[in-house]
Write a protein that binds this ligand. Structure first.
Ligand code: FAD
Length: 474
């Protein structure tokens, strides 16, 4: 028998499950259809597992460096199975938490594959959703007034470079490794590639990064990317930019051999394993889009308007499946906005230039707003202030004083255009920059904000003062 709902969400990742909670708060009868596990990529193959492994790698590196803090430790040893067990325990705890939240919100969860069948007889503008179960149980029919597609994304590879899950891996495969390789080639120097490069190097793996563009982290400010390269090189990571991998040259036996063209010359790389991190593609197949007028654009993502409505106004789409900033906090906020829109709450649109993005490598990097080049391309007359962590007492106390905070402001209006950081704990510090953007603060206002001493956040206050040449410690 068909079940009626106000809202059915296809995909229970960060976008989908958060949307469900907001819908329940607003009194909507809600169901989530999830074919994998609640929490999606972020919880099971993304943010959380990668950060758990990064933390273990950091502890290993710091233990090896303990002598510099006056602590003698004999040779630390990695028990990688235990590292993986710790990662899994964190995932399981959080997974239980999400399940609990669904119960608390009286949200029905269907563990199956959701597909939009077409207009529903009860609500001609929405699509009936079928739930198909892996165990062959009869399909369940859900008849919602509204639908949210939150099916997320999956790893991409290069044409001709097949992922076999063992020698040639995506990040999904790499997270499941039972032992560390001695060496690895990482194809792609974006956020995921750089996090893996840093983590594996900290674990003692020899890492080569091969990047097609002329620099790694192409969306970060150039100064940040340059500093990242400098610090990654200190970990003995070799970074090859402007390098075009030739998939047809791949040889796999007990390890990997592959050729890349760099500055017109062929260079051969060998390693035990290869990780391909060249981006992610939206999951738009087999969800019944052919039964609707929903448009998938030339970038392979679902086209939506400012309220996240597709061409079928009662079917919304959010998160990685609509492209843009493919981040967990973006997916969840889009989910909230979509639900508030369908509940007639007239939500404020998300201002994407106010959203922080982070790289959790060591060093960490974090940013909000325009890079200096973007600001100049947009025609702003810019002024910048920079404060190195070398001048910040707490950074020296930490033993991590490389990096800086950089603030870019508009010379004419004093508006902050972008804040960029690289160094210790900057992924936690970036929220102050996000708040400054939301409140439309000027560098003077950040400078007036008293940052406690000694803290790493003093670098933000000083960088703000430095925009007009008024920094105290630089
Ligand atoms: P997903 O989380 O992918 O969820 C989609 C869900 O839909 C999945 O559970 C899937 O099983 C389900 N689904 C798909 N099709 C169907 C169907 N037909 N029926 C039912 N269910 C279906 N972002 C950050 O902000 N910070 C980070 O540190 C970070 N680190 C990352 C590290 C890695 C290695 C990766 C791969 C990603 C990382 N991300 C990070 C990105 C983040 O994981 C995604 O942006 C986020 O998960 C997107 O959420 P979503 O809800 O759109 O999709």
């Amino acid at each position: 028998m068909a079940q009626d709902y106000d809202l059915v969400i296809i995909g229970g990742g960060t976008g989908g499950y958060v949307a469900a909670i907001r819908a329940s708060q607003l009194g909507l009868k809600t169901a989530v259809v999830e074919k994998g596990k609640l929490g999606g990529t972020c919880l099971h193959q993304g943010c959380i597992p990668s950060k758990a492994l990064l933390r273990s790698a950091e502890i290993f590196r710091q233990t090896k460096e303990a002598d510099k803090y006056g602590i003698s430790v004999s040779d630390p040893v990695i028990n990688f199975l235990k590292v993986q067990e710790r990662k899994q325990n964190i995932i399981d705890t959080l997974h239980k938490g999400v399940q609990g939240l669904m119960k608390k919100g009286k949200i029905d969860v269907y563990e199956g594959t959701g597909r939009i069948l077409g207009p529903s007889i009860f609500s001609p503008t929405a699509g009936t959703v079928s739930v198909e179960f892996e165990n062959g149980d009869e399909n369940e029919m859900l008849v919602p007034k509204n639908v949210i597609i939150a099916t997320g994304s999956k790893p991409k590879t290069l044409p001709g470079l097949e992922l076999d899950g063992d020698l040639v891996m995506s990040s999904d495969h790499a997270l499941q490794m039972e032992e560390l390789p001695a060496s690895i080639i990482i194809v792609g120097g974006g956020v995921i590639g750089i996090e893996w490069a840093s983590m594996l190097a900290d674990f003692g793996v020899k890492v080569d990064v091969i990047e097609y563009m002329d620099r790694i982290l192409p969306t970060e400010d150039k100064d940040v990317a340059k500093e990242m390269v400098r610090q990654l090189k200190q970990k003995d990571i070799t970074i090859h930019t402007g390098a075009k991998v030739a998939p047809e040259s791949l040889r796999k036996e007990t390890g990997i051999e592959i050729t890349a063209e760099i500055n017109g010359e062929q260079k051969t790389f060998t390693a035990e394993k290869m990780l391909v991190s060249v981006g992610r593609e939206a999951i738009v197949a087999n969800i019944g889009l052919e039964n609707t007028d929903i448009v998938v654009n030339e970038r392979g993502v679902i086209q939506v308007n400012e309220a996240y409505q597709t061409k079928e106004s009662h079917i919304y789409a959010i998160g990685d499946v609509i492209g843009g900033m493919q981040l967990a906090h973006v997916a969840s906020h889009e989910g909230i906005k979509a639900v508030e829109h369908m509940a007639d709450q007239k939500p404020e649109p998300i201002r994407y230039e106010q959203i922080p993005s982070c790289v959790y490598s060591s060093p960490e990097a974090a940013s909000v707003g325009f890079t200096e080049s973007e600001a100049k391309e947009k025609g702003y007359q810019v002024k910048t202030g920079k404060m190195p962590f070398t001048a910040i007492g707490k950074a020296l106390v930490h033993g991590e004083s490389a990096g800086f905070v950089k603030i870019i402001a508009d010379k004419e209006t004093d508006d902050i255009l972008g804040i960029h950081m690289i160094g210790p704990h900057v992924t936690d510090m970036i929220s102050e920059a996000g708040l400054a953007k939301v409140l439309d603060a000027t560098p003077w206002e950040i400078g007036e904000t008293i940052h406690p001493h000694p803290t790493l956040s003093e670098a933000i206050g000083e960088a703000a003062l430095a925009v007009d040449g008024n920094q105290i410690h630089g």
